[in-house]
Ligand binder design. Structure first.
Ligand SMILES: Cc1cc2nc3c(=O)[nH]c(=O)nc-3n(C[C@H](O)[C@H](O)[C@H](O)COP(=O)(O)OP(=O)(O)OC[C@H]3O[C@@H](n4cnc5c(N)ncnc54)[C@H](O)[C@@H]3O)c2cc1C
Length: 259
């Protein structure tokens, strides 16, 4: 069983600035593994422990993204791949999915691809569906539980939707995007972190993937990007002691018809 996890490195702080060309400026901000991707890595590791095979972590991004690839290796991923090329610098989601599709096809023996529900920076939530469409594989989105994976056969999973839980089944190979409550991601041990610190991460370029510039023409361009207006500051509730403050707060909530 070969499971691929698509992993994105993102800025920890949401208060990133916007550059004049509308790209996100994350300079000086700590980079972390995209929240949902930690759950995807954990889910892949769990099924790998049960079924055997390998877990390959794939990132499309600059060289610095090796940091989070290494974190996934320290968690237990067996293989890794960075897709990096100057022509990958200004991709939209569809082009990014095209590049990863080419990599998955080149890997050749992939049974299951796990993605996060969305990234916490660009947040399109469109990557996994684009990937599934380009590969021509079934897509299971909002997966909150994987009930069954049979090697080379099928996957049965629960889609955790706002109003209900839906159990779905698909033939492998398939693409899944996972939500947060699917599992509890493990912490990598210090020993493993040290062990993978110097591991060579294979890197494929556009030429390695046989991708030409015209395949990367964005279908969407960002015409404006502004942060939301600042939230109005909160109101302090006065009172001599806690009881009085709580009473004043309840009065305010009742007069505003919140309770
Ligand atoms: C209009 C536009 C312009 C952009 N311009 C740039 C740019 O100039 N420079 C730049 O670096 N990026 C740029 N990006 C972002 C980059 O192309 C994103 O990686 C890609 O678009 C995925 O979009 P998303 O993060 O919204 O995916 P989402 O669908 O929100 O992500 C869901 C999941 O898909 C997977 N995933 C997403 N992106 C990657 C990735 N890169 N590698 C591995 N797995 C991934 C992860 O599992 C993630 O949890 C741009 C995006 C858009 C929409």
């Amino acid at each position: 069983m070969h499971i691929v996890v698509c992993l994105k490195q993102v800025p920890r702080d949401n208060s990133v600035k916007i550059n004049s060309d509308l790209s996100i400026n994350a300079e000086g901000i700590e980079q972390i593994m995209n929240l949902f991707d930690e759950y995807a890595v954990e889910e892949a590791l769990k099924w790998n422990e049960e079924l055997g095979g390998k877990v390959t972590v794939v990132s499309l991004g600059p060289d610095e993204w090796k940091d989070q690839i290494r974190r996934a290796l320290a968690m237990g991923a067996t293989d890794s791949l960075l897709l990096s090329d100057p022509s990958f610098a200004h991709l939209d989601t569809l082009s990014a999915a095209r590049v990863i599709t080419a990599a998955i096809k080149k890997l050749g023996d992939v049974d299951l691809v796990l993605c996060g529900r969305n990234s916490t920076d660009d947040e399109s939530g469109a990557f996994a569906p684009s990937l599934a469409r380009l590969l021509g594989w079934p897509q299971l989105t909002y997966v909150g539980k994987v009930n069954e994976v049979s090697d080379g056969d099928k996957v049965v999973a629960e889609r955790h939707l706002e109003e209900h839980v839906e159990t779905v089944e698909a033939k492998l190979p398939a693409v899944l995007s996972v939500v947060k409550d699917i599992n509890e991601p493990r912490y990598p041990s210090l020993l493993r972190i040290k062990r993978v610190a110097k591991v060579e991460i294979p890197t494929w370029s556009a030429a390695d993937l046989g991708i030409t510039a015209d395949a990367l023409t964005p279908a969407i361009s960002v015409s404006n990007r502004v942060p939301p207006p600042p939230r109005p500051s909160g109101e302090m509730v006065d009172g001599a002691d806690t009881n009085e403050k709580v009473r004043a707060l309840v009065d305010k909530l009742m007069s505003a018809q919140v309770i």
